[in-house]
Design a protein around this ligand. Sequence first.
Ligand SMILES: NC(=O)c1ccc[n+]([C@@H]2O[C@H](COP(=O)([O-])OP(=O)(O)OC[C@H]3O[C@@H](n4cnc5c(N)ncnc54)[C@H](OP(=O)(O)O)[C@@H]3O)[C@@H](O)[C@H]2O)c1
Length: 255
Amino acid sequence: MEQKRLALITGGTSGIGMGVAKALAATCDLALAYAGNHDRAKAAAETLAGTESKVILFPRHLGGYHDASLLYQDVVSGFGKHPEILVNSAGRIRDGFFLQTDFSAHEQLIQEHLLVTMALSQLALKSMYGKRYGRIVNFSSISGTYAKRGQVNYAAVKAGIIGFTRTLALEVAHRGITVNALAPGLVRTPMTAGIVQYLENAGRKEIAKHIPAGFIGEPEDIGPLAAFLCSDHARYITGAIIPVDGGRSLGDTGI
Ligand SMILES: NC(=O)c1ccc[n+]([C@@H]2O[C@H](COP(=O)([O-])OP(=O)(O)OC[C@H]3O[C@@H](n4cnc5c(N)ncnc54)[C@H](OP(=O)(O)O)[C@@H]3O)[C@@H](O)[C@H]2O)c1
């Protein structure tokens, strides 16, 4: 029997990462990395238990190269093989006005989103390079391109992920490795619970004012696209930054 590909998904136990895990479950074994919410991770593993995938949970707070490297070693020993698919979805927000935010919050955000994405990509690429096959999907955001007050550090990392994705894609394309990023708008996850509740309380008109599609995205609106980018069918797509935002980035200037 042909061996399933192994996908390492950081943040794979919640929100968007979990949406990607569900979409990949039919075709891949899954290494789901998370920071420390064990109840949520257990629930995610139970949801995936009915699938044919082998699923292993890897709790580890990722704050830089050292943590990423320990996680990567654990994944390789847990499955006895290297991941051919890497989805970098882990991360939080630390919003606040620039001048009022302690600089350590900016440093942490850059480490957790950008440096961990870079570190895991470098670790996984060594094996992908040899195999002449690999898929990397990163998570940028609409905030990587469009400004929103209070999101200086988040905008910086999400813009950084765009530059990283496009440049890395160029460097590794000749080895059968693709590197792409999704740039979601608002998606209903634990991370966005506050803003989602605010918009839903405000009503449909308020939602439609911000999101042309008129509704808030779900992880299921992201997962299948990420899974497609991770598939053999997507071999000719690399360096793409794909908005998934119900039209929010179209820039409607109104009247
Ligand atoms: N939701 C949106 O509207 C939206 C829009 C654009 C972009 N994004 C991006 O999409 C990605 C996923 O967001 P989400 O909304 O799905 O978030 P989420 O539901 O809060 O899930 C975050 C996941 O990442 C893990 N995680 C967070 N920080 C970590 C760390 N330092 N080390 C290891 N694991 C860590 C969490 O683990 P624990 O559960 O153990 O804490 C959890 O599994 C993020 O990169 C986010 O910036 C989200």
